[in-house]
Design a protein around this ligand. Structure first.
Ligand SMILES: Nc1ncnc2c1ncn2[C@@H]1O[C@H](COP(=O)(O)OP(=O)(O)OP(=O)(O)O)[C@@H](O)[C@H]1O
Length: 209
């Protein structure tokens, strides 16, 4: 049984259709990598899957509260320490795995540092540690390795691999090889036809894009 699936999905950015007819099913233990050139619609698809914007057409299926989304932005609060940031997210998600997440993402030496004073790569590690504290099975990630050095990419690949081994799943837009045994979805096949472009901006799009 799949943890996440998309059926005949069409998505738009700022009212303009970018992808249509997208379908996939992601089973427990599996990773799916989204591929395609800049601007094809990877972020738009991930935002739709994460519930941040409605599809133009089709549907996304996942259990309630199954999906954790790691966007381009790290989603960290600069005035809070590393530990406080994760404690905040743990309280939001009703989990208590902050210390484990700090250890796993190699943040122990930085635990008391204000997030504003982290380097870009350290901030990214903190942003990704948030996935661990969500306790959610489906990780949806948009270019998660941006700013990470080679060792951190490897570390994060290991974290995702462990997540999959524990029965989780991952949907990842990435140009980097994380060393996972992943399926690949080439979004070039789903480019919206020009005739469908220039669509009407929905009220939701007006408000949230
Ligand atoms: N806020 C916005 N307003 C209008 N158009 C946008 C906006 N954000 C993105 N777009 C357009 O929507 C299309 C899809 O963008 P999206 O960010 O989903 O692509 P992507 O595949 O994730 O790109 P990249 O690999 O560069 O991150 C692009 O043509 C882009 O120019």
């Amino acid at each position: 049984m799949s943890l996440l699936s998309a059926h005949d999905l069409a998505v738009a950015r700022a009212g303009v259709p970018v992808l249509e007819g997208v379908g996939f099913a992601l089973a427990a233990g599996r990773a799916l990598v989204l591929r395609g050139p800049n601007g094809i619609g990877k972020t738009t698809l991930l935002r739709t899957v994460a519930g941040l914007q409605p599809p133009l057409h089709g549907r996304v299926q996942a259990a309630p509260d199954a999906v954790a989304y790691a966007a381009h932005a790290d989603g960290v609060k600069g005035t809070l320490s590393v530990t406080e940031n994760l404690a905040f997210w743990a309280s939001v998600f009703g989990t208590a795995s902050v210390a484990a997440a700090i250890d796993r993402m190699n943040l122990r030496d930085l635990a008391d540092r204000r997030a504003a004073n982290l380097s870009a790569g350290q901030k990214r590690r903190l942003g990704l540690a948030r996935l661990l504290v969500t306790g959610r099975p489906v990780w949806v990630m948009d270019e998660p390795t941006v700013s990470l050095d080679t060792a951190s990419v490897q570390l994060f690949g290991d974290v995702v691999r462990d997540h999959l081994a524990a029965g989780g799943a991952a949907l990842i837009a990435t140009h980097i090889d994380l060393g996972l045994d992943a399926d690949v979805l080439d979004l070039g096949r789903f480019r919206a036809r020009p005739a469908a472009a220039g669509g009407i901006r929905s009220a939701f799009d007006e408000a949230f894009t």
